[in-house]
Design a protein around this ligand. Structure first.
Ligand SMILES: [Fe+2]
Ligand SMILES: [Fe+2]
Length: 191
């Protein structure tokens, strides 16, 4: 396998492309087009995808809401922030994703590692992703907490929008790759 260094460009969450069996030997090939034909897809794999879809939808809603507010003049933007609860939506997203990662770190990933030792590098990559994501979430929480309804300026909303987009990009990369690593293993084991 290529030597594994999480901080190398081909492995790090901020810079890598799609993962593959060449990049992470030991993982099972991800044949997404046929997942829903597998009888065992409807159990835990579909559940994981639903959890991820909930996160993606909340992130999309936050970005769309912040962008719509930025299109308004300064005074209506402030009023909208007071009415729409974007601050709350951002902080709820942060808390939700922190909880999701913590459950995976303590329950899901150790379980996969003991059942599929060949996934050790891939699981290490997912754990490293969680650390990077948690730092981005902490930063996002600070930025979102400054959005205080009618006291919010458009420049603060712009900063929140930039952080929300950065978070969205790495969240999408992580949830997609996590599915590509974990779901084929389950389908392989029970197929
Ligand atoms: Fe995860
Ligand atoms: Fe996840």
């Amino acid at each position: 396998m290529p030597s594994y260094d999480y901080n190398a460009q081909q492995f790090h969450i901020a810079s890598r492309g799609n993962i593959s069996t060449d990049l992470l030997p030991g993982i099972f090939p991800a044949d997404r087009a046929n997942w829903d034909r597998e009888p065992h897809f409807l159990g835990w794999p579909a559940h994981l995808q639903r959890l991820h879809a909930t996160i993606t939808e909340a992130s999309d809603r936050l970005i769309a809401g912040l962008e719509a507010t930025l299109d308004e003049p300064e005074s209506s933007a402030q009023e909208l922030m007071g009415l729409t609860g974007m601050n709350r939506l951002g902080r709820d997203l942060v808390a939700h994703v922190h909880g999701h990662h913590a459950f995976e770190d303590h329950n899901v990933l150790p379980g996969f590692l003991s059942r599929f030792p060949q996934l050790s590098t891939a699981i290490d990559l997912l754990e490293n992703d969680h650390q990077v994501l948690d730092q981005a979430l902490d930063h996002a929480e600070e930025v979102f907490s400054i959005l205080q309804g009618q006291k919010t300026s458009k420049s603060q909303i712009g900063k929140a929008q930039q952080q929300a987009k950065l978070l969205d990009k790495i969240l999408n990369r992580h949830t997609y790759d996590e599915e590509d690593i974990l779901i084929p293993a389950v389908l392989h084991a029970y197929g």
